[in-house]
Design a protein around this ligand. Structure first.
Ligand SMILES: [Fe+2]
Ligand SMILES: [Fe+2]
Length: 193
């Protein structure tokens, strides 16, 4: 089922700092645009876009056990940095926050929005791209944003973003996560979401 957008937006607005709420609006808007272009349900894209960071401030070392108890695998990089589990926490809380049984593709999208995953689906791909490239993001120029949106497929957009992010991560001394490397290899070999 698709949750009521207005209800989710109110929930997120009350939970996040204004700057992160504005980011969430930007992600929502770009997600809807990409969904319309690539034939994905726009209402689903709207809801996952606004909701994806709802648990951005809630991760603690205790989240690792909570996420595992709820049937999700925790990646080694998430164990080291539990902040990365905010997508998993959102997936776990999605039904109760929405007041309905949320469809699994929407949960998969929010679960995997940070590191990416080969099974994140088209909706997850859209969320991953919008999270990186929404109009409020200052880490990329308008030219880069245009370049991303100029690609013909979601997969090629993600490859471009991963190439860019890898350079940034390396400059911070952080190695790319295993699931992200797996996604990159999958896409480079022609895999489709
Ligand atoms: Fe996030
Ligand atoms: Fe985000």
């Amino acid at each position: 089922m698709i949750p009521d957008y207005t209800k989710i937006e109110e929930f997120v607005k009350a939970k996040l700092k204004p700057s992160r709420f504005i980011h969430s609006i930007g992600v929502m808007e770009m997600s809807v645009l990409l969904a319309s272009r690539f034939g994905v349900d726009e209402e689903k894209a709207k809801v996952v876009g606004i909701y994806h960071d709802a648990y951005r401030y809630d991760s603690t070392p205790g989240s690792i056990e909570l996420v595992e108890k709820n049937g999700y695998r925790v990646w080694p990089e998430e164990r080291k940095d539990p902040m990365l589990l905010h997508g998993a926490l959102a997936a776990i809380n999605f039904d109760s926050d929405a007041g309905c049984a949320v469809s699994s593709d929407m949960k998969d999208a929010v679960r995997h929005h940070t590191l990416g995953h080969i099974s994140m689906g088209k909706l997850g791909g859209i969320l991953y791209i919008a999270d990186y490239a929404e109009k409020g993001r200052k880490h990329l120029s308008e030219d880069e944003r245009r370049e991303i949106l100029g690609k013909e497929t979601l997969e090629s957009m993600i490859i471009y973003i991963m190439d860019k992010s890898r350079g940034y991560l390396l400059s911070c001394g952080i190695e790319e996560a295993g699931v992200s490397k797996e996604l990159y290899k999958f896409l480079k070999e022609g895999g489709r979401l």
